[in-house]
Design a protein around this ligand. Structure first.
Ligand code: ATP
Length: 358
C-alpha cells in the first residue's frame, strides 16, 4: 500500500532546480523527509498538496493525482506549514474552530473536535489566550492542531521542531509519534536534523539538491553499522586498562578504535573502545571482549551495542555509498557527485517565529 508515490518528479525555477527527477514510494506510517535547507522538502510538500504545479513527472497522494485532485487531497490531508502563519490576536480555540469550519465541519462538531485536538497536543487553559503571547512551542502545537482537526488520513508536517529547545523538540517528536499510534494517521515529517528522525520515524527518505539520496526503513540505516562500546577499569598491572585492552583486541584481529568513529569530539570519551561488529575474525565480539578482559584481569564497566546515528552514516564516506536492501541509488544530481549531504546546522533556526520564550 502506498500513501505517496512520485515518479520522476521535477520542479524547476528559473535559477534553481528544486526537485530533480525524484521517485519515491511511501507506505503508511511515520516517514521522515530529511535534507539540508534548500534540499526541496517544502517544494515537494506544496506539489503533493496540489498547491504548486510540477515541471515534469507525476505524483499521487492517497491514490489521487495531484494535478487533478488537489482539493480532494487537501480534504483528506492535514498540513502544518514551516513558517509562522498564526494570527496573533485570536485564541487557539477561535483559530482552530475557524480552520475546522473551513474544512467543512458543522459548528458543534468543529468546537468539539477543536477541544479534543487542542487537549491532545497539550494546550489547556492557555487555549483561550491570544496566540500572539504564546511561546514557539505553543505555537507549533496550535499549527499541529489545525492540521489534525478535520481528522485527516495523512499529515504533512514541515519542520515541526524548528525553533524548539531540546525538551520542546522531544515533546513534539513524541506527539508526532502518537498522531500515528493513537489515531492511525500517516505522517510525513521534514527535518534538516537527521538524528531526531531516527527515533520517530519508521522510514526515512533523504534528499539533497532535489534528488533522492536514500529511502529505507530507519532500522536499515543504523543496523548495518552497529558496534560495541566497551569501558574497563585500570589495574596496578595495567595502569591504562583501555590501552591494554585495545592492544590485545587488535592483536586478536578485531577492528578497534578509541574514539567513536565519525562522532563529534564532544561525544568522544577517550576511555571508551569501539569494536566493529563482525570485524573480529568471525568470533562473536562479545565473547572476544569478555575473554580478553578476563585474561588481562581488568574490570568490565560496560559492554553495550552502540547504534550509529543517521548523521554519522551519512557523513562516513565508506558507508554512504553502500546500498542496503530497499535502497534506491541517487538519480542524476544537481549537487555534485559527493554522497554525503551537507552537515546539518547545529541548531534549528526559527525562520518564521520568535525563539522559544520558555
Ligand atoms: N518560489 C520559488 N522561486 C524560486 N526558487 C524557489 C522558490 N521556492 C523554492 N525555491 C528554491 O528551491 C530550492 C528548494 O527550496 P525548498 O523550500 O523546497 O527547500 P527546503 O528543503 O524546504 O528547505 P527549507 O527548509 O530551507 O525551506 C531552494 O533553492 C529555494 O531557494
Amino acid at each position: 500500500m502506498t500513501v505517496i508515490l512520485t515518479e520522476s518528479l521535477s520542479k524547476r525555477f528559473p535559477r534553481v532546480t528544486a526537485l530533480d527527477r525524484l521517485t519515491v514510494d511511501i507506505a503508511p506510517g511515520v516517514t521522515g523527509l530529511v535534507g539540508a535547507n534548500g534540499a526541496g522538502k517544502s517544494t515537494l510538500i506544496k506539489i503533493l498538496l496540489g498547491l504548486a504545479p510540477a515541471t515534469e513527472g507525476t505524483a499521487h497522494v492517497l491514490g489521487m493525482d495531484v494535478t487533478t485532485h488537489g482539493a480532494a487531497i487537501r480534504e483528506r490531508v492535514g498540513y502544518m506549514p514551516e513558517h509562522d502563519c498564526l494570527p496573533p490576536d485570536v485564541s487557539a480555540t477561535e483559530f482552530v474552530v475557524h480552520m475546522a469550519r473551513m474544512s467543512g465541519l458543522p459548528p458543534t462538531a468543529a468546537r468539539e473536535r477543536t477541544a479534543d485536538t487542542l487537549r491532545h497536543v497539550g494546550l489547556y487553559e492557555e487555549r483561550y489566550r491570544p496566540i500572539g503571547g504564546y511561546s514557539t512551542g505553543m505555537k507549533q502545537r496550535v499549527k499541529l492542531a489545525q492540521a489534525l482537526v478535520h481528522d485527516p488520513e495523512l499529515v504533512f508536517l514541515d519542520e515541526p521542531t524548528n525553533g524548539l529547545d531540546p525538551v520542546g523538540r522531544d515533546d513534539m517528536l513524541g506527539l508526532i509519534r502518537r498522531v500515528h499510534t493513537d489515531f492511525g494517521i500517516s505522517v510525513l515529517v521534514t527535518s534538516h536534523l537527521l538524528g531526531e528522525l531516527e527515533r520517530t520515524c519508521d522510514h526515512v527518505v533523504v534528499i539533497d539538491g532535489g534528488t533522492l539520496l536514500r529511502s529505507s526503513a530507519t532500522g536499515e540505516f543504523t543496523r548495518a553499522t552497529t558496534s560495541l562500546v566497551v569501558e574497563v577499569t585500570d589495574t596496578d598491572e595495567h595502569p591504562d586498562g583501555t590501552a591494554a585492552l585495545h592492544t590485545a583486541l587488535a592483536a586478536a584481529g578485531a577492528t578497534v578504535t578509541r574514539d567513536a568513529p565519525g562522532a563529534a569530539p564532544a561525544t568522544s570519551a577517550g576511555h571508551l573502545l569501539h569494536i566493529e561488529a563482525g570485524a573480529s575474525g568471525g568470533a562473536d565480539p562479545h565473547d572476544l571482549v569478555r575473554d580478553t578482559v578476563a585474561a588481562l584481569g581488568l574490570g568490565l564497566v560496560r559492554m553495550e551495542p552502540r547504534r550509529h546515528h543517521l548523521a554519522e552514516v551519512f557523513h562516513t564516506p565508506a558507508t554512504a555509498t553502500e546500498s542496503g536492501p530497499g535502497t534506491e541509488p541517487p538519480t542524476g544530481t544537481a549537487a555534485g557527485p559527493g554522497p554525503a549531504i551537507p552537515a546539518p546546522a547545529p541548531h534549528p533556526t526559527p525562520k518564521g517565529g520568535a525563539p522559544d520564550a520558555r
